[in-house]
Each structure stands twice: as C-alpha cells, then as structure tokens.
Design a protein around this ligand. Sequence first.
Ligand code: ADP
Length: 744
Amino acid sequence: MRQVKAETINLLPTPDYSSIYTPGAIQPHGILFALQLPELTILKVSQNTDLYFETPANELIGRSLETILTRSQIEDIQQGFAENLGTLNPINLSIRNQDFKAIVHRSETTAILELESIYTSPSDPHTLTRKAVAKLQKTRTLDELLQQVVVEVHQLTGLDRVHIYQFDEQGAGAVVAEKTREDLPSYLGLHFPAFDIPSESRELYRNSLVRFVPDINAEPIQIIPNGHELDLRATVLRSLDPCCTRFYQHLNSAALFVIALIKDQQLWGLISCHHQTPNWLSYDIRSACELLGKFVSLELTHKVDHEEFNHWIKLKSLQSELIESISQTQNLRDALITPAPRLLDLVSAQGAAICLDNEMTLVGATPTESEISHLLTWVEDHIRDSLFHTDALPKLYPPAEAFKQIASGVLLLRISQVQTYYVLWFRPEVLQTIEWAGNPTVSIEVAENGSLSVSPRSSFEKWQEIVQSTSLPWKSYELNSVLELRSAIVGIVLKKADELASLNLALEQSNRELDSFAFAASHDLKEPLRGIYNNSIILLEDYADRLDPEGIEGLQTTVRLSQRMEMLVNTLLRFSQLGNVELHLKPTDLNEILAETIEMLQASRPDIPFDIRIPRSLPTIECDPVLINEVFSNLVSNAFKYNTQDHPWAEVGYLTQDELATLHPPRQESTPSVFYIRDNGIGIRSHHCDLIFKLFKRLHAQEDFNGGTGAGLTISKKIVERHGGQIWVESTYREGSIFYFSLH
Ligand code: ADP
C-alpha cells in the first residue's frame, strides 16, 4: 500500500467505448438471429448454429426461420415480436431435442431472436426470493438494507463475491456492501474511477437492468455476415467489450452477473456478482434477482428519501425560526446571528460572514475580514443565480490556500445586488483518504503524440489518494435551503421597504400640508400685524401728549412685540417656502459664495474684524447658490455671534478623502462633499447639539448674543436636506464648535 498525494482521479479521461453497443459478436452460450419482419427471413446469425442444429450459419442466411422452427413455434415468436414489450420473454422452445429460452426484441425494421441454452438451478428461486424480500422489508436503515441485499443475492446465486457498488455524481463508484467468500480479499470501501464502468456501460445497465456473462474468457462468436453491425444493446447474449474483459480478468473473475439499482430513473448503483470460475445461472434465478433488484431500488429510494427527509425537516425548522426572527426585527444582521449556531447549522458550516454593504460580521471559524473582502471581489464573476459554492476553493482561487484549514468549502448567497448584501458560509478542509481499487493513474497511457488512453490496470491492490484542500461537499438540499432563505429575506425586506415608503409618503404629504398651513398662516398674519405696528406708531407719534407714561410704555412694548412677531412670522414664512421652492442647481464656485457672505457680514458689522481662515481653496460644486449662500451666512455669522474671545475666528473648509474615511459611517467620495465651519466660540454642551437645529430653539436669551429667532440653523438644515445632505455639529463647551454639512 502506498500513500501518495494526487489530484482527484475522476478527472482522468474516459476511453472510447463507442463499439460497446455493436460488438458484432455474442457469448457462446446461445444463438442470435437478426430477422427481417414480417416474414422472419434470417438476415444475420451467430456463427455457432452447427453446434446446436448441425446447419452451418452461412447456409441459414436469407432463408426463413421455418427452416429450423415448427409452425407453432414461429407463431409464438411472431406474437412476441408483435407484443414487443418483452413480457412474453422468455418463450420455451425445443429445437431438435435441445431446450432453449427464446428472447425476442425488435427495433424499427429488424427483429432479434436470441436462443439461450437452458440451465436448471437446483434451488427454487421463487421461495428464496419471497424469503429474501421478507428479510429486506424488515431492515430499517439504508446500510442495513444494502448489507442484507448482498447476503440474499449471495445465497440466491451462490457466486463467490457479491458487492454493492454505489456511483457518485462523477460516475466513480465505491463498494458500500459486500458478501464474499472468506478466502477472497475484501473490496469493501474501495473506490473505482469513473472509467472502470464507463458511461456507455452505465447507460446499458439503466436500460437492461441485468447483465450475465457466465464465462468471461470464452471465445466470442461472430455474427455473420459482418458489416452494418447490429445494435445489440437490448440483447442478453451481447459479447463483452475486450477492455471490460481484461478489467474483469485482472480482478480474477471468470463469471459476472450484475443487477442495476435505479433511483429516480438514474443508475444509483450495481449489485455486482463475480465468480472465480465460469458459472451458469438459470434464467429463473436471474429473473428472481432482477425482481429483487427492482424491489431493492424501490426500497432504497424510500430509505434514501426518508433519511434526506428527516434531515430536511430539521433544516426546515431551523430555516423557519430564522425567517421568523428576520420578520420580527428591524435589524437583519442581528436576526441572522442571534443565536449564532443557528446560522451555521442551517448548512452544517463552521463559520459564516454577513456582509451588509460595508459592514461585515463574522461568526465561528472564518478567514479574516480582509481575506473575505478580496474573496468577494473575485467571486463576483462566479455567482450564478445568487449562489456560488465550492468544496475546493483553493483550486479555483489560489489565495484561499492561506486559509484552507478553515475555508476549503465556501457557500455564498447574494441577497441583494444593489445593496451588496451577502451571507457566506465556510467549511474547513477535510483531508479525505480515498482508497482506490488499484492505482487508477497507471491505467493511463500517454501515446507519443501526447494523447491519453486508458487500459485496465493489472493490480487492484489498495491504493490511497489523499485529497487535500477540500471540504465536505454542499448538498443540493442545503443549497435550496439558502436560496429559500434568500427569497424570504428579500420578501421581508421588500415588505418593510414598502411600509417605509408609504410612511414616507404620508409624512411627505403631512409635511406639505404643514408647510402650506404655515405659509398661509404667516402670510395672513402679516397684514394685521403691520396694522398693529402702524397704529401703535401713529398713536405714539400723534397722541403721546395725551397719554400718561404707563400708556406710552405700553404702546412701546406693543411696537416691540409686533416687530418681534413680524420677525417670527417672516422666518416661518421663509421656512415654509423652503419645502416647496424649486432648487436651481448649477455648478457653483463656493469661494465666490463665501466671499459674498464675508462681504455681507462685514457690511452689517463694520466694527468687527472678521478673521475667516480658508486652509484650501473651496471646490466648485453643483448646488443652488442662493440657498447655499444662506447656509454659509447663517453658520459663519453664528461663529462670530456666539463667540466671546478677544480674537474670534472661523475656519471654512472641506474634508479630504482620508478625513472622510474617518467619519461614522465612513464615506468614500472622490469630490469634496463634506464642508465645515470651525470657530473658537463659546461651544455647545453635547446634550444641546441636536436641540439647536429645532425651529425657534435658542440656547440663549435673544439679547445675550445679539441672536435671532432661533431659526437660522433650522433653515440651514432644511436647505442642506433639500440638497440631499445632512448637517451636524461637534463641539467642546467653552472651546469652540465645528458645524459640518454634506452636499451630494
Ligand atoms: P439664531 O438665528 O437665533 O442664531 P440659530 O438657529 O442660528 O439661531 O442657533 C440656535 C442656537 O444655537 C443659538 O441660540 C445658539 O445658542 C446656538 N449656536 C448656534 N451656532 C453656534 C456656535 N457657532 N457656537 C455656539 N452656539 C451656537
């Protein structure tokens, strides 16, 4: 036994077996006729007729079958051809004192009649089959069933070696149950590469269900005349392909009997019986075994499905718990990872990563965040129908070699393409030792021109292949399960988005209504207010001499209050207009806007030296210049208003790309999008930072800082939001503030 590392053997080429259906010869334990319908003229015949009825084959060509059969036998055969379902097979025939089983099949134009010599079996196959079925019915698991099958078939056939051979998805097989003569070596657990039983042979088994070769070494009998070889796919006497013959010879087998096991119309496996010496099984025994094979196929389908069903039920309950959590929460990430094992159990993974936009959450054993980010970039081109999965990632994506111990297997589910939402599951490397029946690589011969061909290897001594960088494979029901999870998530998220959209719509509607109410109210208030003011002024100017000092003071208060009220009404009017006003977006040089702002400020307060610092020239951006001017004015004037320093200053600038990345959440924009106004003013206590953006909210009495109505920041906020941006403040009390606003 040798230990080697090798790439998986299943990748080896399959030899040409195309002549397997048309070998032009049969096995010697019977005769084969190709007949012309309807007269049953002999078109072709195997060359061994003289052995059975003393008439040489070449003398039969072109003659009617009546030359050798009686009228009533011909009628039976004709009926068999007419019925063409094979249910009349076999027909018992006695020809010149020799007993045969006659088997008929037909294609479009040609009919084939096979005559097989009769062998009687000592045992009664029907009783044995009944007993076998009764025992098989009692088995509970698939393993028990298969083990019992080999015991029963061994008993029915008496052959040396009976094993069940199960195919994998690539067509390679493994011996999964065995009953063998005690002195023979065991093949249990051994793997056979796909080319040992090529797809052509597998196709034959799928259609014919049983194959009997009583003497592998017997010389095949040619069918004459040759040329236009007959398709012998449906025949029982078809001779063995020379390549197959050598394969069985190397396995030390002299007789072969194979029963196909079918699941979901696919060849699931074979009950393969070998004998070291030639061995003839009666037709009845073979039919009994065929029947048993059909029963096993049904039972095995039931058992496999049942085992998968149990697992599937477990999976379903995990899945529905997960979906319920998702539907009840606002936070998809939390719903997926609480509790963490549930997400892993869903597909029997050891690790998972949830990537929601730029945020990544890791659960269990996973590669690092940066390794996963790189993997995500690569995988993008390999996703099909929202899924990517492999059980051998390092073979497809070499950087995975570095983390193959934890992630040789990857299953990726894309939840949303627009939002780059992914869930990835990881499975660790499982070093699999595959025991092959003989080193399959020695079967490969390289010709001088470099082409590869396969010839049966002569040794079946156990040979180990260690498969690396591979995880356990992802099962199809696991893939289906995550796809179902995706639909559920998408459904829930969409429903939530819908609800949010209709809420927003309602909110927008009520905002609009509020705006127009505010507009109407403030507009209507202006006139009476002006009246109160004007009348008070007239009273003060013309009737002051008739009023006592208290009356005058009262009137002066009325004037002041009406002025103040007018200011408030104007602010409200401005604010309510902002919601409806159309934006006039155009490329705007912010340096110019800032210069205008400074000029205006300077004009209104010529006494203050406005120290405004501009570390780097401001960009030109797409915005409404009039409105953005208002934002700059508000923020810059506040910087000097709320400032008690001897040398007040303000700095106006924008964040660089590096600085943008440090924001929470980080931003990645190539053009400047976040602007700031920093001052060395009085600062704002942190719990007031949100309050100041509310309408008419001031932190100080109006007269304290020569403040306004407390609407400047609210208006700035509304303008910034109308531009799709945000405004916020960072401040240290008594040291200064930075007002940021973003524009898209
Ligand atoms: P106003 O128009 O009355 O100045 P704002 O809406 O502009 O009102 O400001 C609201 C409140 O926020 C102000 O009353 C002031 O207390 C505070 N504030 C605004 N800007 C600054 C700043 N740069 N430094 C400190 N406090 C500020």
